[in-house]
Design a protein around this ligand. Structure first.
Ligand code: ZN
Length: 302
């Protein structure tokens, strides 16, 4: 299974994206690094560019621990609110800030709030491909309150740009699909329910997701003091259940083996390209490299 974390600061990414990035994201991410280390699992950290600029040493620690640093955009702006030029700038700035901080090549992207719509596919894939990215994990193949795409869609454009799509996991009841494997669903559902539902997933491609702030039980009081009262619907949807997450994570990591997208799907490709570079005196050709393209069957229409 893939373990993915969207590294962002709650007050900046959710409450108001003009707020500055606080130190809470740093401490919360360190706690997740400790839990992963305890269970010897690896993860993909989809990180905002603004977090990398504020806390470059955090990005270095993630990379040094053997996890994958991937991009979550720069400032957590929804893709559908940006022009094509702004999408390109956002992806470029975030990738650059993450690569500067980690010293490693970024190959993956997750759009803030899974804010992808079918009409954006072309601009979006162009921005990803232009920045050398190889995969995306932004599609919720079902409609929920804030995100997701309900109708059947084609990933032809993704394939044309050489972007593999790893959509989020879901359960199916009749014709309907429901997300459950991460975020607020993980916070609010009893672990026994998550375990029961996740036992039906295809472990090879299941994707769990969460945010560092979901282990932060002290944030609500601080946020209230800094920014005033938080609307009830946000208190319920964003803060309830945080106290249970750490314990549930230990159970989840005991029950399953987790890794990063890079290690699961792309490390072999990187190794083969390194070997090729050696064989060819430091040069690869696109024809030769494409013979080792990773599992294209991942990017199929659903
Ligand atoms: Zn996010």
């Amino acid at each position: 299974m893939i373990f993915s974390i969207d590294v962002e600061d709650w007050a900046q990414s959710v409450l108001d994206n003009t707020n500055s990035v606080s130190n809470r994201v740093y401490d919360n991410t360190l706690l997740l690094l400790d839990i992963l280390e305890e269970h010897k699992h690896k993860a993909t950290f989809f990180t905002l560019g603004n977090v990398a600029r504020k806390h470059p040493e955090l990005i270095r620690r993630i990379a040094d621990a053997g996890h994958e640093v991937a991009s979550h955009g720069y400032n957590h702006d929804a893709i559908f609110k940006l022009t094509p030029k702004q999408v390109m700038e956002d992806v470029t700035n975030s990738v650059k800030s993450l690569e500067d901080a980690s010293g490693a090549k970024v190959i993956g992207f997750r759009a803030p709030n899974f804010s992808i719509r079918e009409y954006l596919f072309e601009w979006y894939c162009e921005a990803l491909a232009e920045n050398g990215l190889k995969y995306d994990s932004s599609l919720f193949p079902m409609k929920v309150i804030k995100y997701g795409i309900e109708k059947k869609y084609s990933l032809k454009i993704f394939n044309e740009y050489g972007i593999n799509e790893h959509y989020l996991s879901y359960m199916k009841i009749g014709k309907h699909k429901f997300p459950f494997f991460g975020g607020g669903y993980f916070r609010l559902l009893p672990y026994s329910v998550t375990k029961h539902l996740s036992s039906k997933l295809n472990e090879e491609r299941a994707v769990f997701y969460m945010h560092p702030y979901e282990v932060d039980t002290g944030e609500l009081a601080v946020v209230k003091e800094l920014y005033g009262d938080i609307p009830l619907k946000w208190r319920l949807s964003q803060f309830v259940g945080r106290g249970s997450v750490e314990t549930k994570l230990h159970k989840l990591m005991t029950d399953y083996e987790f890794t990063s997208f890079e290690k699961e799907f792309y490390s072999q490709e990187q190794e083969k390209k390194t070997i090729l570079r050696g064989l060819q005196g430091g040069r690869t050709t696109s024809n030769v490299a494409s013979a080792f393209d990773t599992k294209r069957d991942i990017a199929t229409s659903i």
